[in-house]
Design a protein around this ligand. Structure first.
Ligand code: SAH
Length: 326
């Protein structure tokens, strides 16, 4: 729901200020239409239905994987594709993976989103509407800004959307921003955002040459600067930074690469999340054995590390597979 448009329309109708809160509270609770907002006068419900589209996003397709991960392809009013994913875990966790941009201007070689055309930054309302879509299916309790795009390239709108997530049942502690290490946004995030939002950093190679090959953004913002900024976050927020490391067979998955990684990370500040590569046509995925060997090196260095469960791969909903093709 375009909250700026809602404000304008309510004002035009001469409605009292508390209407805005009423509409938002109903919406955040997951109602499916204005019709269900029974504390609003009927005439106002009709007027809103006419003048303020209930969602800024139109659903194009919806698919469900064997593990019950759901992926929705949306379209913005001006035709840009956006994907979001709902991950359902046995312990009751319901985690929405949402997109901050349509497409992505960065060109990380292993990520399908980087291969599609960049559209534009999404508005805060467009990000909230991704979450609200799933909220209408069932209660949700985690959000990860790990869909399409680079959240810190869309700083203002991302933070504005994060600040409304608690109304939808998602606390700051259960909200994670993931970044390639876009320094201007990261500095602002560390300096300006006091809320205990989790930070995840896509590292993928500790060697500068290899990292630049995989992620051209590394030429612009070198790893050591980003890691220093991450340590500043840890010192201020007293929460570890999650390091994401996608394992590419024969590229960055050897024990030597693991030692390089361990050498740049302080175990008190970082926790590593090893991500099995989801095929996007360019690299090969590391074997189970290679993943275990890599993790064993981190274990010996006492760097906390886990291997991320792959979800939704059969519907191209897994990490790095969002390309808005179907
Ligand atoms: N641009 C931000 C937000 C996207 S997060 C960032 O990169 O952090 C998406 C995560 O999935 C990132 O850690 C990304 O590196 C990882 N990823 C990308 N392509 C992948 C693939 N093919 N298989 C597994 N993980 C991938």
């Amino acid at each position: 729901m375009d909250l700026a448009l809602l404000d304008r329309v309510l004002a035009e109708h001469g409605e009292p200020a508390y209407r805005r809160r009423q509409v938002w509270e109903w919406t955040a609770r997951g109602v499916a239409s204005y019709e269900e907002m029974t504390t609003l006068p009927k005439s106002l419900r009709w007027a809103l239905a006419d003048e303020v589209p209930f969602s800024t996003l139109e659903v194009v397709t919806q698919r469900e994987a064997r593990d019950r991960t759901a992926k929705t392809l949306f379209r913005t009013h001006d035709g840009h594709p956006v994907e979001a994913v709902l991950m359902r875990y046995r312990d009751g966790r319901r985690s929405v993976c949402l997109s901050a941009q349509s497409g992505c201007p960065l060109t990380c070689t292993f990520c399908a989103t980087g291969q599609m055309r960049f559209g534009r930054n999404l508005t805060a309302s467009e990000m909230l509407d991704q979450v609200l879509h799933f909220r209408r299916l069932e209660p949700v309790n985690h959000a990860v800004y790990m869909g399409m795009g680079e959240p810190l390239l869309n700083y203002e709108s991302v933070i504005a959307s994060v600040r409304r997530l608690p109304d939808l049942g998602i606390t700051y502690r259960r909200t994670t921003l993931s970044t390639v290490g876009w320094m201007p946004g990261l500095r602002r995030f560390v300096d300006e955002v006091g809320e205990p939002i989790r930070l995840a950093f896509s590292l993928h190679a500790a060697d500068p040459g290899l990292r630049s090959e995989l992620m051209p953004v590394n030429d612009r913002y070198p790893l050591e600067d980003v890691l220093a900024e991450c340590r500043r976050y840890v010192a201020l927020r007293r929460r570890k930074v999650f390091v994401e490391y996608v394992l590419l067979a024969g590229v960055n998955d050897s024990p030597a690469r693991a030692r390089e990684l361990a050498a740049v990370l302080d175990p008190r500040a970082f926790k590593v999340n090893l991500i099995p590569y989801n095929p996007t046509g360019v690299f090969e995925a590391s074997s189970r054995e290679a993943i275990a060997r890599f993790k064993a090196v981190l274990d010996r260095a006492r760097i906390p590390a886990t291997v991320r469960l792959t979800r939704g791969r059969d519907i191209e909903a897994a990490c790095g597979q969002l390309a808005a093709t179907r």
